[in-house]
Design a protein around this ligand. Structure first.
Ligand SMILES: Nc1nc2c(c(=O)[nH]1)N[C@H]1C(S)=C(S)[C@@H](COP(=O)(O)OP(=O)(O)OC[C@H]3O[C@@H](n4cnc5c(=O)[nH]c(N)nc54)[C@H](O)[C@@H]3O)O[C@H]1N2
Ligand SMILES: Nc1nc2c(c(=O)[nH]1)N[C@H]1C(S)=C(S)[C@@H](COP(=O)(O)OP(=O)(O)OC[C@H]3O[C@@H](n4cnc5c(=O)[nH]c(N)nc54)[C@H](O)[C@@H]3O)O[C@H]1N2
Ligand code: SF4
Ligand SMILES: [Mo]
Length: 675
């Protein structure tokens, strides 16, 4: 028996460190949380506890396959790697000859956040750069919030989640950590032991909201107005920190005038919250130092998602919390990892500048983009039929007979059904990688523990072989996995000093070289002015309001606002095929407020059809005041092939949010009828 250290590759803030026990004949027999990692603390989650079961699942793809049926049917024949690589190389050569490399779209998803095999390093990107392929803009998850925060703070990185243990007031704002990254809860518990008060702000009474001391349920997409209303109360009380504002912020007088425009009675109308609850929370923030805000991705999947985070990040600038251990805001820590991404992805290998294609507008990209049209699509660790907006449009795009689609996968998803060639990919216990948490400050090492089953190849190796097959001579295309990590770690930034492959291997994880508590803006803000920018020239230049403000929902009008947030038992569509997790999750449910259900003659447990002009799906109604009136809730992550051919994503629009081309998953109006 031997034990190998690894890292969970899934798109989850916790980036757990795990230990794999391998028996004498090389089979991985046990996978558990690493007790030495200060955030993982020996526990994984309900999903990843079944990771080894997934690696050995009977539906795992073990060999290259070629389509024999119609696109979408999912009928394939087994072929060899040689045949698969020959066919791909031949088709790519033809497309490049007839069009241009930009007719190729390397569509990277979030199935793995590894820098070597996954999205963070755009595995295979060097290869695509040499071909001059279009650049993939990874917009599906968090770009709106990140872009918004950058206007205010100069970075999307904020507090260390571990420092929430020092907070006295915690606002869990548009985040459901007990489902979507439960290791953060330890910090909340520690803070509570020390007397902290916890408020959840979420249109839905989630698992997390149930555990909070107080729950406010605003209408979705109104958070920026709420933040301005809270600031109104704080400023009226004179509780703003003038000394901090003078020393560390830009544009206070202008911002103060904006705050004046949002008195609590108006904010009550916008948010649907009682005025006295807004005032009470404003007063509580005014008198509680340090106050910390945990706001994550759910909050920004709206037309005004970028503006929401931009505005929220001003709150600790007004109260001075950014200067205090346990004060400030945390969205994602990924901005703090100053890795050498340019050296890893080598954008300089592009023969000429190329266009970008936006991940969340795949339907449009396949059906409407011209000059050149997309002729080859590589889907890498993504399941766009399940996870993208506009499911029906995506299916139409993927059905194009003249589109050559290659999917690298573990399982026969709704997307592999449209592939011309399917390539079997290794899973995390079978390849090398390194992961950065976006909910902590550690780099986590993943050593391969077991041999890949069947003919599975890692993504990095797949692209080395394809490069050879195409006769490409650029030496960096043949870098080994370990060389790729060395390029990534080759950074002069002091926070990465001493972070080496050797140490990562030896220790399993390494914390960034930052103090504890971590005050990210102790030396100033990484904006042009060096200050927190209430007033942003950069925003103005890029066509936005110079000041933080409130941007309303775009999908206005009739119907209920449908939120489709993280499911407890799946991770996006990953694990959506696991029989035990499917059993525990049950079928698709839509939660309706009793008033909204009554207005439609819908009783608890009724079969309903949820629809809008974009599409429809079927679900069972749960009538409950867990949702506020006007709002309905379901979860993402189902496989369409198990739920009658469509999921909630059939109802979602391909529209961009206000910043960063982010998606608008929760900015979605639907009607609900008895089925
Ligand atoms: N179990 C599990 N864990 C996951 C995932 C999963 O699928 N399953 N997904 C992973 C991924 S990819 C990500 S990006 C993260 C996402 O995790 P979160 O950032 O937690 O995102 P969501 O689950 O989309 O939404 C979080 C909460 O925001 C609320 N919300 C939606 N709109 C609004 C709004 O306008 N205002 C307010 N105040 N609240 C709003 C929703 O009701 C929901 O409870 O989780 C990761 N972790
Ligand atoms: N309705 C609704 N939809 C949403 C959201 C929402 O809030 N509501 N949230 C969105 C968010 S936050 C995200 S991040 C996206 C996620 O959307 P995607 O990025 O498409 O992620 P998944 O659906 O998990 O599909 C990932 C696939 O990658 C495969 N995979 C995993 N690891 C590897 C690997 O190492 N190599 C290869 N080749 N394949 C691998 C898995 O088997 C899985 O099928 O979904 C979005 N979709
Ligand atoms: S999904 Fe999140 S909580 Fe679960 S093991 Fe992976 S990193 Fe940890
Ligand atoms: Mo995500």
């Amino acid at each position: 028996m031997k034990t190998t250290v690894g890292a969970c590759p899934l798109d989850c803030p916790d980036a757990c460190s795990w230990l794999v026990t391998v028996d004498d004949d090389g089979t991985a027999v046990k996978l558990r949380g690493n007790p030495a990692h200060p955030v993982t603390r020996g526990a994984l989650c309900v999903k990843v506890n079944r990771y080894l079961e997934q690696t050995a699942a009977p539906d795992r793809i073990l060999h290259p396959m070629r389509r024999v049926g119609r696109k979408g049917e999912g009928r394939f024949e087994r072929i060899g790697w040689d045949e698969a690589l020959d066919e791909i190389a031949g088709r790519l050569g033809d497309i490049m000859h007839e069009y241009d490399g930009q007719a190729i779209w390397p569509f990277h998803g979030t199935g793995s956040l590894g820098y070597v095999q996954g999205m963070e390093g755009f595995a295979g990107r060097r290869f695509f750069n040499v071909l001059g392929a279009s650049v993939h803009e990874p917009t599906i998850c968090s770009p709106a919030g990140s872009a918004g925060l950058k206007y205010t703070l100069g970075t999307s990185g904020g507090m260390d989640p571990e420092d929430f243990a020092r907070s006295k007031l915690i606002l869990l704002w548009g985040t459901n950590p007990l489902t979507s990254g439960h290791h953060f809860w330890k910090s909340v518990q520690d803070a509570r032991l020390d007397g902290a008060y916890v408020v959840a702000i979420d249109p839905v009474r989630t698992r997390t909201a149930q555990q909070a001391d107080e729950h406010l349920a605003p209408m979705p997409g109104t958070d920026a107005a709420l933040a301005l209303g809270l600031l109104h109360v704080i400023v009226r009380m004179g509780a703003h920190d003038q000394a901090y504002i003078d020393a560390h912020t830009l544009g206070w007088e202008e911002f103060r005038a904006r705050i004046e425009e949002f008195p609590p009675d108006l904010v009550a109308k916008i948010t649907g919250l009682p005025e006295e609850r807004i005032v009470a929370l404003g007063e509580r923030i005014a008198r509680t130092r340090p106050t910390a805000i945990r706001a994550t991705q759910g909050l920004q999947r709206h037309a005004g998602g970028g503006m929401a985070l931009r505005t929220l990040a001003c709150l600790p600038g007004v109260t001075g919390d950014w200067a205090l251990p346990g004060g400030g805001l945390c969205y994602s820590t990924s901005g703090h990892f100053k890795l050498n991404l340019p050296k890893l992805v080598r954008i300089d290998l592009l023969p000429h500048p190329v266009r970008s294609l936006t991940m969340t507008r795949l339907g449009e990209g396949l059906l409407e983009v011209d000059d050149p049209p997309v002729k080859a699509l590589f889907v890498i660790a993504a399941n766009p039929v399940g996870s993208n907006p506009a499911q029906n449009k995506v299916r139409r795009g993927l059905s194009r007979e003249d589109l050559f689609t290659v999917v690298l996968e573990h399982f026969p998803t709704d997307t592999t059904d449209y592939a011309d060639i399917v390539l079997p990919a290794t899973m995390q216990t079978e390849h090398l990688d390194v992961i950065a948490g976006y909910g902590h400050l550690y780099l986590v090492w993943n050593e391969p523990a077991a041999a890949p089953p069947g003919e599975c190849l890692s993504t990095s190796e797949t692209f080395r072989r394809l490069a050879r097959r195409m006769g490409l001579t650029e030496p960096s295309l043949y870098a080994s996995d370990e060389e790729l990590v060395r390029d990534l770690l080759d950074s002069p930034h002091p926070w990465l000093e001493g972070v080496t492959v050797e140490r990562l291997r030896e220790e399993g994880f390494v914390r960034l070289n930052v103090d504890r508590p971590f005050l990210p803006f102790a030396e100033g803000f990484p904006t042009t002015s060096g200050k927190l920018e209430f007033y942003s020239r950069r925003a103005t230049r890029l066509g936005h309001d110079p000041l933080p403000g409130f941007t309303p929902h775009a999908d206005s009008g009739e119907g209920l606002v449908l939120i489709s947030a993280a499911p407890h038992h799946f991770l996006n569509t990953t694990f959506g095929n696991n029989p035990e997790l499917r059993r525990r999750a049950g079928g698709p449910v839509i939660v309706l407020h009793p008033d909204d259900a009554a207005a439609r003659g819908i009783a608890d447990g009724a079969a309903v059809r949820v629809h809008n002009a974009r599409g429809a799906f079927e679900a069972t109604a749960e009538v409950s005041d867990r949702v506020r009136p006007g709002v309905a809730a379901t979860t993402k992550g189902r496989w369409a092939k198990f739920t009658g051919g469509t999921t909630v994503n059939a109802t979602i629009d391909e529209r961009d949010s206000d910043m960063g081309h982010g998606a608008v998953f929760h900015d979605n109006r639907v009607e609900v009828d008895l089925a």
